[in-house]
Write a protein that binds this ligand. Structure first.
Ligand code: MTE
Length: 310
């Protein structure tokens, strides 16, 4: 069994959580409406996000505890060990932050993070995350459909694919001083996958601002694909005509294809994908096609040979 590191201490946990929330509310009331806007809301990992619509999903799966979600991570910019991101991602500065949306768009634009936080109502979405390494978690993300952002820039008819590019700054991301991957981290989706309502632009989890190790201040979450498709700490989105290369395809195209839909029938080159270990559980459970989201997404791939388009 893996031994998990103690979780980092959040500002919300230095004082008991309720007291912290009460203190914030008091400060906001005391400051009055105009001053409230000046408070650094939504700024730091672990702070509560305001105005989040709670998920109404029937809870079939138990949520993975916050401490596991934030202490067992893949974020190679901060090291290749599962405990490295929690240890090292504190050096990431999440303000100021912008996302440039460019390429095949009538209205390309640079979005500031504060604008992105208000672009659409924040919703809680409980998604299963299945990593290609055959472990999984159940995470209550906070965000909104990526489609809401893409619609703002009006993709042209030539926009067939969407490329996501994570931050490249070896001073803040010490793992980028080693050539573990071809930096910056790059991922891609077909335009219909990117516009699918399940595809999330996430800014938080468990009702709080996204911890750095989970991809702060803003990341993609594509629940029916292996976790590596969900690029963290993104700074650029490019609408393109040709299928983009991802960092993992560049690293090993025999092992990592463009689609990377969760598929128990197609093995990874070095291991089976038939089962997975839910973090916190001992026995393995069967992996579901499209990670359990077949009903919503299987039609995107009708007529495609998913053993070739893995
Ligand atoms: N994004 C960036 N920029 N760098 C990474 O190393 N790892 C991916 C994905 N996004 C990764 C990334 C992998 S392999 C997984 S499984 C998920 O992030 C893990 O997300 P989590 O740590 O929030 O669970």
């Amino acid at each position: 069994m893996t031994v998990y590191k103690l979780p980092p201490i959040y500002s919300s946990e230095i004082t008991p959580r309720d007291l912290f929330h009460d203190r914030r509310r008091f400060m906001q009331l005391a400051a009055g409406a105009s001053l409230t806007a000046l408070l650094p809301q939504n700024a730091f990992a672990g702070e509560p996000l305001a105005g989040v619509t709670k998920s109404t999903d029937r809870l079939i799966d138990e949520l993975t505890p916050l401490k596991d979600i934030t202490s067992y991570n893949n974020f190679y910019e901060f090291g290749t060990g599962k405990e490295d991101p929690a240890k090292n991602a504190g050096s990431l500065k999440t303000r100021p932050w912008t996302i440039t949306v460019e390429g095949e768009a009538n209205k390309p634009k640079v979005f500031d993070i504060e604008e992105l936080l208000k672009l659409a109502p924040l919703e809680e979405r409980i998604y299963r995350l299945r990593c290609v390494e055959a472990w999984s978690m159940v995470i209550p993300w906070v965000g909104y459909s990526l489609a809401a952002l893409l619609k703002q820039v009006e993709p042209t008819g030539n926009a067939k694919f969407v490329e996501f590019i994570s931050l490249h700054d070896p001073e803040q991301m010490q793992g980028q001083k080693s050539p573990t991957l071809n930096w910056p981290y790059k991922e891609g989706l077909r335009i219909d996958e990117a516009m699918h309502p399940l595809t999330l632009l996430a800014v938080g989890l468990y009702g709080e601002v996204l911890p750095n190790q989970n991809g702060a201040p803003i990341r993609i979450v594509v629940p029916w694909k292996y976790g590596f498709k969900s690029a963290k700490s993104i700074v650029k989105i490019r609408l393109v005509e040709k299928m983009p290369m991802s960092s993992w395809m560049e690293a090993n195209s025999n092992e990592y294809g463009f689609y990377s839909n969760v598929n128990p029938d197609v093995d990874h080159a070095r291991w089976s994908q038939a089962k997975e270990r839910r973090i916190g559980e001992f026995l393995k459970r069967p992996t579901l096609p499209f990670n359990g989201y077949s009903e919503q997404v299987a039609s995107l791939y009708s007529g495609m040979d998913l053993t070739k388009n893995f």
